[in-house]
Each structure stands twice: as C-alpha cells, then as structure tokens.
Design a protein around this ligand. Structure first.
Ligand SMILES: C[S@@+](CC[C@H](N)C(=O)[O-])C[C@H]1O[C@@H](n2cnc3c(N)ncnc32)[C@H](O)[C@@H]1O
Length: 221
C-alpha cells in the first residue's frame, strides 16, 4: 500500500489491536521474518484454490496450524499484526534444521498486518470460512470503539463470504459476545448455531477474562 493510501486507511479504520512488537526476536525467527514470510504472503493465485479459509488475529497460530492440518486441500490464510505472534507461527511451521516449511503446513499463508488491509487488497475475494477466536475485548467503555467486530466490520466479512460459507467467532468475554449479538442486528448475518467444542487457543488457556467457558457463534448470510 502506498503512503497516502495507508494514511487514509488509518484515518478510516481505528486501531483494534494492542502491541505490534514484543521482546526481541531470536536470530532464527528474525531470519524467518525476513526470508520465509515474503514467500508465504497471500497472492491472487491462492484464491483459485477450491476452498480458502481465513483466521483473523491468530495470535501464536496454534489454531491456524490445526486448520491447515485438518483442511489440507484448502489454502489457510492467517492475519496477525503482532510480529512476535507471526514469528512464533513461522518457527512452528518450519524444520529447525534448515528452516524449510514442514509439509503439512505448506497450505498456510500469512498476512502480517491488520486484516482490513488484506480485505482491501483482495476486495472481491470470498472465503469458505472466516475464524475470529478471542478478539481483543477492549473492556473499558472508553475503548469500545476499538472492538473489531462492530457492524461495519461484520458487514465487510459478510461481503467476503461465499454462498454457504460461515464465520466462526469465539470469546470468553461474555459482555463482548452480547455486544456482537447486538451489532449483528445491523447486518444480514444470522446465527446458525452456538454449538462448538471448546477450542484451546493460547489466549483461551490463559483465560484472561476469567470466565469459565468461551461462547461461540457460527454465522452465515
Ligand atoms: C486476544 S488475542 C487472541 C489471539 C488468538 N486468537 C488466541 O485465541 O490465542 C487477539 C489477537 O487479535 C489480533 N488483532 C486485533 N486486531 C486485528 C486486526 N485488525 N487484524 C488482524 N488481527 C488483529 C491481535 O494482534 C491479537 O493477537
């Protein structure tokens, strides 16, 4: 994206994530960020595959890796602006001996930035599944505007969904869950089911919101 376009984007899209960088990366992870990452960023050709799955805010990528293994015929795209999370994923999907991609993860693509930039770059692309697990809850009232899953963004996701496609959202922050249900009223999306086995992501294991169970919703147009 050109500088002016990026400026316009930042003005129109409020920041929904916390840090971009954490502690200094190891030499291996830094190497992977510089050399492997550019090779596995999403390209137009990826969308000619029959099925494409998107995970938004994959954290360290535990669930993204499961998606890749369980959907070996699909392209699985992860979007995450937190560099240390991206580096953790790259480390986990490569052989330590020679930094090559492990075979079962060859269908993974990584967009190391805000997902809204990806959706802007590929504006006519549609997905079979879109996953959002434990989106940042921004619990303070003054930060509510930072919540990613507002009706504008849900409408954008709805536009990027194939016929019969689904959006799967999970959060252990029940207040955010109810807030999303309310936002859905301003979209054409409907809740098809709330039934899903608990998915143990890193965030869920830490159980930051200190609620006992995450709640899920599966949406479709
Ligand atoms: C609370 S963490 C959960 C991470 C992971 N899904 C898990 O369950 O362990 C939320 C993640 O969403 C990412 N995120 C927030 N806004 C985003 C955006 N606009 N595009 C992509 N990722 C975003 C953050 O960087 C953060 O890693």
């Amino acid at each position: 994206m050109e500088k002016q376009e990026l400026k316009d984007f930042n003005q129109n899209n409020i920041r929904t994530f916390g840090r971009r960088h954490g502690k200094k990366l190891s030499i291996r992870k830094q190497w992977l960020m510089e050399n492997l990452l550019p090779q596995i960023m999403p390209k137009m050709a990826d969308f000619s595959t029959k099925s494409v799955i998107l995970e938004i805010g994959f954290g360290n990528g535990e669930h993204l890796r499961d998606l890749a293994i369980n959907n070996s015929e699909s392209i699985v795209i992860g979007a995450e602006p937190f560099a240390n999370g991206v580096a953790a994923l790259l480390s986990a999907i490569t052989n330590e001996s020679d930094n090559t991609l492990i075979d079962e993860y060859k269908n993974i693509r990584v967009h190391p930035d805000d997902v809204r930039l990806l959706l802007q770059d590929f504006e006519n692309i549609k997905f079979d599944e879109i996953w959002v697990l434990h989106p940042d809850p921004w619990p303070k009232a003054k930060h509510e505007k930072r919540r990613l899953l507002n009706h504008d963004f849900l409408n954008l996701l709805s536009k990027h969904l194939k016929t019969g496609g689904k959006i799967i959202i999970g959060t252990d922050h029940w207040e955010y869950y109810d807030w999303i249900v309310n936002e859905l009223k301003q979209t054409r999306l409907i809740i098809k089911s709330t039934n899903l086995d608990i998915i143990k992501t890193r965030y869920q294991i830490k159980n930051k919101a200190q609620t006992s169970t995450p709640k899920y919703m599966i949406l479709s147009n």
